[in-house]
Write a new protein. Sequence first.
Length: 96
Amino acid sequence: MFQKKPGSWECDACLVRNQPDVAKCVSCGTLKPGEQTPNKGQKSKESAKSSDLKPLSEMFQKKPGTWECDACLVRNQPDVVKCVSCGTLKAGASGQ
Ligand SMILES: [Zn+2]
Ligand SMILES: [Zn+2]
């Protein structure tokens, strides 16, 4: 009963175990490892597409100008002068 089915696979993203006959994780929709999307047949196109993908390290970099709320430590965008979470004025902002 508790044996793994042959061909079942584990989602890279959420570690849910999926049935052999599904190509996407039932939980989060992540594509099965090694599964190819139908519209990605040509390997020659991959070099041109690679510029779309940012490395993970870049995605987690702080944006220049973002600021951290003194009160709740939420990180806010450069273009807001009040914390989106608690409304505390940005340190150094005049308030206008
Ligand atoms: Zn998943
Ligand atoms: Zn705050």
